[in-house]
Design a protein around this ligand. Structure first.
Ligand code: SER
Length: 901
């Protein structure tokens, strides 16, 4: 049974039992900065387990998960992964142990038809109720039910003694017995508590009935809940009789491609690692995490780099595996199909970058090793990491490979230098407090009621200084506080918009609010004590900087307008990929494959300034997600929304799901000036802009600098005397900066910079040419490996295969090249690109008397791709709309040749 069918049957099984099928949450957890990635199906239901927001009481899902705890084991063992899919059924105060256990057993034995005697069960040592259900109600022989401790049979593992705080409970696990012949530890009493590998845990049924409190106590939750989790990769391995998850259909296409592109030269372990890591990176990038040096981005960077190193390749290769991952999973996660090119481009870029790093840093490391022998100083390591960007792991691996165990790397010295560097950059920034936002520290803080209106009279309810709950804030100290009531009008950092700033004061004391965060219904104010001591319980007045908030609102609405105008000018493919809005400027990242030209930028800016001058009302209202989507409201990819959403519309120009602060009327923005356009990552461009007074100041300052530094008083390169006069007037403040001036300003710059742009365009063209050549080379290499292994049908050599992501032109060249290499052959190559399928067929002249006609063959097989073709007896081609039929088309060729050959 294929993995897709198992996933479908699991969800249908629980749909029939009245479970709501819930979409997988994103890999980036919402509202939970403590979690790096979503690691379990229950993450999105934490509220429901706590008895809150219960709309339905039964749910089932297939959840995308990333766990990085076992990174080192990936590839080495049959079933460690960084990315996996978790099938789960959940009850929020509805059914409990009895039904969860019975249904799990029915699914395994009746739906999946797994022989009962292959299944073992474990229960928590004190959970006699489950023990009894398994033996006396389900009928599992007592000899196959084992009792285990909290490490194995409590979830999270060992939660009673070690935490974390939050929902938890005893669990019962179902194991599959691979039998003593498959894996033998030699112990006749081997059972699921043995880790020899004979017994594999497949399904975990958690009876989530407690909340662990900060004092370690387990308190009953408002309801008794069920949370189950079964790794799709594991149950697939069981169903396909493959001891290793890597031997299942989940990984088969990837592994085939990896073997074809990196050759047989690398170990099975490394092939598995590459398959696992690339799959994780693809799914994480799809959910909005790009490789970077920060938290989640760093994990993705590390996955790509580890995989690249294992490929032993001197050029990018991993991006060529992306189509396999996408094809395998796009039916379940359609967003993968939409972002396929974007994901491949990001992986390619990261590989290139890393390859460049290796090329420049490795010789330096070699030189250092030559000089230092088996030891490397802290300064050297620091130089390699900080200046060359070489990861520490690689330095360690290389030293180990060359010098063996006696190598001596001064890690302490290196860490000291890294700390100094961090300290320097901390001092260099104007943030004086190092707040570490840890929502778990607020778990026992009060959750006061909200009150609208500003200024707000309130009491200080809770104070945290350096992670410790305290009663007093002294001058100069940084603290996080909660007031009662809390202000509903305080905006907390979210959706790219920064949090409010302001003051908490009473006579003789003042705390400056530097940021606001929200955690689990609490608004947390990050403050710096500017004057006086402030005590818990004191009455204070909370007030925000309204002007600053007004400027932020201008920038936020302008961001929506920019997105709308970009979509008009560049097309609907523009989608938000990130944004940052504060009171001074805005930044908007979006998907677009090439540089936005100056001409296009001017159009976008003029359009936005036009809308601003039309004084269009901005409406904010709540709708159901379905309604909003129907009306075409734009959402941010990488964001998952609740059932009810806030929609911000600007006339018929823009409609977006957004919880941010906006102006009431576009006229308030006054003016927009785009200040920069750049590339953030492959396929992602960034626009920066300023509005209102900031825009006017920016233009004046720019003109002044330009006059002084670049022109030395001479007129600009082009533009008549009038223009020059205007520039002088604006720079000298005699003429106000308005949208007409902004337009002219850009026109002048466009001309002045156009020679620069021509140069850049040439460079881009060369780059594209190079990329085309790279693609052709890659396709030729894949074709080479296909040509090396033709299928013999009677006397005919059939070379058939799929080359992902190439166009007709490349496919034609490759088919021609293969035809020259293999005698007496029929070459049939397919490709899928942007939801289209292509087929190309060549028949060599030395094929003899056989009645094989390329045109006839292609006409016959192209029905499988819902297409049609044409050509001659020796060479023919076809195009079709259904790439999923490519494999079938290749198989049909065998049928054709068998008949004719
Ligand atoms: N939360 C449990 C696990 O991750 C069951 O879904 O194993």
């Amino acid at each position: 049974m294929l993995s897709d069918e198992i996933r479908d049957r699991f969800l249908s099984f629980f749909r029939d039992k009245n479970h709501k099928i819930v979409e997988s949450d994103l890999l980036v957890p919402r509202d939970d900065p403590t979690l790096l990635f979503t690691g379990a199906g229950m993450n999105q239901f934490k509220d429901q387990f706590m008895g809150k927001n219960i709309v339905y009481t039964r749910a089932a899902s297939c959840q995308k998960c990333i766990r990085t705890g076992d990174l080192e084991n990936v590839g080495k063992t049959p079933r460690h992964h960084t990315f996996f899919e978790m099938l789960g059924n959940f009850s929020f105060g509805d059914y409990f142990k009895r039904d969860a256990i019975r249904w799990a057993w029915d699914f395994m034995t009746k739906e999946m038809n797994i022989p009962e005697e292959r299944l073992w069960v474990s229960v928590y040592r004190d959970d006699n109720e489950s023990y009894d259900i398994w033996i006396n109600e389900v009928g599992v022989p007592a000899g196959r039910v084992v009792k285990m401790g909290a490490k194995d049979n409590f979830w999270p593992s060992d939660a009673p003694t070690k935490g974390p705080n939050g929902p938890c409970g005893p669990c019962s696990e179902i194991f599959y017995d691979w039998g003593p012949d498959q894996v033998r530890c030699g112990d006749p009493s081997c059972d699921p508590s043995c880790d020899c590998g004979r017994f594999v845990e497949v399904w975990n049924l958690v009876f989530t009935e407690f909340e662990r409190k900060p004092d370690g106590g387990l308190v009953p939750l408002p309801n008794k809940n069920i949370d189950t989790g079964m790794g799709l990769e594991r149950i697939t391995a069981v169903m396909q009789g493959s001891y290793s998850n890597f031997g299942t259909d989940v990984f088969a296409p990837m592994i085939k491609t990896i073997k074809a592109i990196v050759g047989e030269g690398i170990s099975r372990e490394d092939i598995f690692l590459i398959a696992d890591h690339v799959r994780s990176a693809v799914l994480a990038i799809c959910d909005g995490v790009s490789p970077s040096n920060e938290k989640r981005g760093y994990v993705v960077r590390k996955l790509i780099r580890r995989a690249f190193l294992k490929s032993s390749s001197k050029e990018p290769v991993l991006y060529r595996i992306v189509p396999d991952v996408v094809e395998k999973m796009r039916k379940v996660y359609p967003e993968l199909g939409e972002k396929r090119e974007h994901i491949a481009a990001i992986i390619l870029e990261e590989e290139k970058r890393f390859n460049d790093t290796l090329c420049s840093a490795m010789p330096v490391l070699d030189e250092m090793m030559e000089k230092g022998g088996k030891s490397l100083s802290g300064e050297d390591v620091f130089k390699l990491v900080d200046t060359y960007g070489l990861p520490l792991e690689i330095i360690q691996d290389k030293m180990l490979a060359v010098g063996g165990k006696d190598t001596d790397i001064d890690i302490k010295g290196f860490e000291r230098l890294m700390d100094q560097r961090k300290e320097q950059s901390r001092k260099g920034s104007d943030i004086s407090c190092d707040f570490i936002f840890r929502p778990d520290l607020f778990a026992k803080a009060p959750r006061p009621k909200f009150s609208a209106g500003m200024p707000l009279e309130a009491t200080i309810e809770y104070i945290l200084v350096s992670g410790e709950e305290v009663d007093t804030i002294t001058p100069g100290e940084c603290a996080e506080i909660i007031t009662c009531p809390q202000s509903a009008d305080l905006y907390s950092e979210s959706g790219g918009q920064i949090g409010d700033k302001g003051f908490v004061s009473r006579e003789g004391a003042q705390l400056e609010i530097v940021n606001v965060f929200e955690s689990d219904g609490r608004k947390i104010l990050q403050v710096v004590a500017r004057q006086g001591r402030v005590e818990k319980g004191e009455k204070v007045v909370v007030e925000i900087d309204r002007e600053r908030k007004g400027r932020t609102a201008c920038n936020h609405t302008a961001t929506h307008l920019l997105q709308a105008a970009l979509r008009v000018v560049l097309g609907d493919t523009v989608k938000q990929a990130g944004s940052h809005v504060d009171d001074k400027r805005l930044r908007f990242d979006f998907t677009h494959m090439k540089k936005v030209s100056d001409r296009e930028l001017i159009k976008v800016q003029d359009m936005v300034n036009g809308w601003i001058s039309e004084d269009i009302s901005v409406c904010k209202g709540e709708k159901t997600l379905e309604e909003a989507r129907k009306e075409g409201a734009l959402s941010f990819f990488g964001e998952k929304y609740g059932e009810v959403v806030r929609v911000v519309s600007v006339g018929d120009k823009s409609k977006e799901l957004c919880g941010g602060t906006h102006v009431d009327n576009t006229g308030i923005i006054e003016l927009v000036k785009i200040t920069a356009e750049s590339s953030v990552a492959s396929g992602i461009r960034r626009i920066e802009a300023v509005t209102g007074e900031e825009a006017r100041v920016w233009v004046k300052r720019y003109l002044n600098d330009f006059m002084k530094e670049k022109l030395g008083g001479r007129p600009p390169v082009t533009g008549g005397d009038d223009t020059w006069k205007k520039i002088v007037e604006v720079a000298e403040g005699k003429k106000e900066v308005d949208s007409a001036v902004v337009h002219e300003f850009d026109e002048i710059w466009k001309d002045a910079l156009s020679s620069e742009e021509e140069k850049r365009a040439k460079e881009e063209k060369n780059k594209a040419k190079k990329a085309g050549a790279e693609l052709l080379n890659a396709a030729l290499r894949t074709a080479d490996s296909l040509a090396a292994d033709p299928v013999k049908i009677k006397d005919v050599n059939l070379v058939a295969g799929i080359i992902e992501g190439v166009d007709m032109n490349i496919l034609r060249q490759v088919t021609g090249a293969v035809e020259k290499k293999v005698r007496s052959s029929v070459v049939l190559l397919g490709s899928r690109q942007d939801d289209k399928a292509y087929l190309m067929c060549a028949v060599t002249v030395d094929i003899g008397e056989k009645d094989i006609d390329a045109k006839e063959l292609i006409t016959f097989v192209s029905t499988a791709i819902n297409g049609s073709g044409g050509g001659k007896k020796a060479f023919a081609q076809a195009g079709g709309k259904d790439p999923s039929g490519l494999e079938k088309a290749l198989a049909m060729a065998v049928e054709y040749i068998e008949k004719r050959g």
